[in-house]
Design a protein around this ligand. Structure first.
Ligand SMILES: Cc1ncc(COP(=O)(O)O)c(C=O)c1O
Length: 493
């Protein structure tokens, strides 16, 4: 791996078209060609001229390099997937070996060692409770699978009336129609609302809503009361509750007390409702434990598990699309029958792709061999300490952390217009690839932080903040933000 420390000799460029002469031309050419032919995700393409895509030539560790010699610290792990930095030597080696052996074979009627070993190792991480892995590719497809599996499981058990789903206010579960039906982010959902299944949306346990003297656990209790009332009225019709455990990431890193998960587990048990933990963003150590749901049980209590865990993003280390749904024996058993149609007939062509599974095994190897969770605890402390000067800064509120996620909200009166976009562009000039969600600035760095890098990162975040807010102040636009937290800005989510 390349040096993880900032290189003092490296020119601090980071503009959208840094360098000069041929290199700048190359940078600009990739931007031009991309805008002409690539329809970028999560983007209002009309803004592309003002915010051209950043052409990345290569990656090494937490750094991304453009064609003009500029470098950028990948502060959001490339949409939360890149756990151990880019072009990691060990994952590369594992993939090369797999590439020469078996890149892919269909998983219907065939099997292969990487899929089997991955299913076994993930099952073991749940103490065998969630012993069956169903593979897919992206996060949204895992959510589709969990929803379908839940409904079909009830149907096979003679309870076909259980066909409704419950999700959490401002929750995000992906963009395909089924996943979008349980997503409550206006900017992604509203255009497609006529196409979507109707889901129940219950209050978020977001701890930022605490009233004076109220604790995060108190907010969780309030939110649970609404779930209880809904279950009481509709449990005969409700198949599953889907939740992002501990952090609703796309909502703007809305964090909640683990008591919420404990309460949900109890209510789902009491009213016979499946509990789906969407750990696509918060799994794989991001929340501080390998699975976020591990934190549901109180001190000294027996472990609690959901009925389904959806994993994706970090599981393949930011290399290849891979997702999966872990489920319990009793769910699996509900599909066993002589009748074909009672089986779970869902499939995708690249289900259980051998290369992706091999990357995931290399990721799990690192967790085992390097005690990543313990190491992260130490590096999280260093970054938290480096961010401490932000505590009490009147321009921001709700500075918070869970595991390897840090976030704060810029106060509405300071943020000005298009805050997220401006911060992102200013970040580039400070060697950061960083994309706020609305007024929420967050860090989800790869798990390669050391003390020096933490100090550097915090300083660059503060410099970016200071620069943007000073500009906003100078322009006199710091009145109302057009991209309020909780409503993701498609240009910068
Ligand atoms: C919690 C959660 N669920 C589902 C998804 C969808 O995953 P994908 O973008 O891979 O389809 C995301 C993506 O950000 C997510 O954060």
């Amino acid at each position: 791996m390349a040096s993880r420390s900032p290189d003092p000799d490296f020119p601090a460029r980071g503009s959208t078209a840094a360098g000069s002469g041929p290199v700048r031309d190359e940078q600009a050419a990739w931007q031009r060609r991309s805008i002409a032919q690539v329809w970028h995700p999560c983007t209002q393409m009309q803004r592309m001229q003002a915010v051209p895509p950043l052409p990345i030539a290569r990656g090494e560790g937490p750094w991304l390099y453009d064609y003009a010699g500029g470098r950028y610290f990948d502060a959001n792990s490339s949409w939360w997937v890149n756990l151990f930095g880019h072009a990691d030597a060990r994952i590369n080696a594992a993939l090369r070996e797999q590439l020469d052996t078996l890149p892919h074979v269909m998983l219907a009627g065939c099997t292969h060692a990487p899929a089997v070993e991955l299913a076994e190792r993930l099952s073991a991480l749940t103490g065998g409770v969630l012993g069956h892995a169903f593979f897919a590719s992206d996060g949204a497809s895992a959510v589709e699978i969990a929803l379908k599996m839940s409904f079909h499981c009830w149907r096979n058990r003679g309870r076909g009336s259980k066909r409704e789903f419950v999700c959490v206010r401002h929750g995000y579960h992906g963009e395909t129609l089924g996943a979008l039906a349980v997503t409550d982010v206006t900017v992604f959902r509203d255009a497609y609302a006529p196409l979507l299944l109707q889901a129940h949306i219950v209050a978020s346990p977001d701890a930022r809503q605490a009233g004076p003297g109220e604790t995060a656990a108190g907010v969780a209790e309030r939110a649970l009361e609404e779930v209880r009332a809904l279950f009481e009225a509709r449990h005969e019709h409700i198949a599953a509750f889907i939740v992002e455990p501990l952090v609703q990431c796309a909502a703007g890193m809305a964090m909640h007390d683990p008591a919420y998960l404990r309460g949900l587990r109890a209510l789902c048990d009491r009213y016979d409702v499946h509990l789906i933990a969407d750990e696509i963003a918060v799994g794989c150590g991001r929340s501080g434990s390998f699975f976020a749901f591990e934190q549901a049980a109180g001190e000294g209590q027996a472990p609690l598990w959901p009925d389904f865990i959806c994993l994706s993003k970090g599981i393949s280390g930011g290399y290849l699309p891979l997702s999966l749904v872990l489920s319990r024996d009793e769910t699996y058993a509900a599909f066993l029958d002589d009748e074909v149609a009672r089986g779970f007939l869902h499939s995708h062509s690249y289900t259980g792709n051998a290369l992706a599974c091999r990357a995931a095994l290399a990721v799990l190897d690192r967790f085992e061999q390097e005690d990543v969770l313990v190491r992260n605890r130490a590096s999280a402390e260093a970054l938290t300490a480096a961010l401490a000067p932000l505590v009490g800064d009147p321009r921001i509120e709700h500075l918070r952390r869970r595991g390897m996620i840090w976030a704060f909200d810029v106060c509405e009166e300071w943020a000005g217009e298009r805050f997220a976009e401006r911060f992102h562009l200013a970040g580039r000039r400070n060697e950061l690839l960083i994309r706020p969600i609305g007024r929420t600035v967050y860090l989800m760095p790869p798990y390669v932080l050391d003390d020096e890098l933490s100090v550097w990162l915090a300083a660059r975040v503060r410099a970016t903040l200071d620069g943007v807010l000073a500009d906003v102040l100078a322009e006199g636009t710091s009145t109302r933000s057009s991209d309020a937290a909780g409503a993701s800005d498609p240009a910068t989510a």
